[in-house]
Design a protein around this ligand. Sequence first.
Ligand SMILES: [Zn+2]
Length: 227
Amino acid sequence: MTTLWTDLLRLFFPKPCCICGRRLGAEEKEFCFECASQFSRTDDDKHPNRTEELFIGLPGIKSAYALFTYKKGDHVQRLIHALKYHDRPKIGYWLGKMAAEELKKSDSPLLQAEVIVPVPLHPARMRSRGYNQSEWIARGFSEVWNIPIDTRSLIRIHNNTSQTKHSATERWLNTSEIFSLARPDTAGKHILLIDDVITTGSTLTHCAEILLQQADTQVSIFALARV
Ligand SMILES: [Zn+2]
């Protein structure tokens, strides 16, 4: 809850950088500029790119883009970890906004999207975490591109109990055992599907398969990072 008191506390005791722990300056959001300079970028501005290659077997995927590369122990891994497990959802918002601003100046096929669908969490996971990190990334995009976010059409029905959401077991389940379409609101649209990290691409493939069951629908993919 934001109150005048918490605003005052922030002014005098600013948040620490989610990576190095240093106190943030007035211009810094969630992470410091020095840590941000070490985030490694992909070369996904090209099409086709390596992220798109992961979804090559799925007709209906228009394009795919990941902002950073993700390696064990690097700054991007710590960034994503803070976003998901340390109650820092605004990391998603600021990076989503930054990526959306950057893509807006390019001729990216993602710009043709009409609605944003964040990869949903199971309701039990949503309750325990308190937020969906992908939805916060979507908020950054929505603000810059001025397109709506749909969090009600695609729902997660399988509750993955492991620490990471891309567990091995879920890869072998049928798509219809993990996700379901609760409403037809995204039918016939170009959907921007957003996730935090792409590992094997199986979660996003499951989501896209469900969305693409609707006639005349296209899906593009954005993730903050790709392994
Ligand atoms: Zn830092």
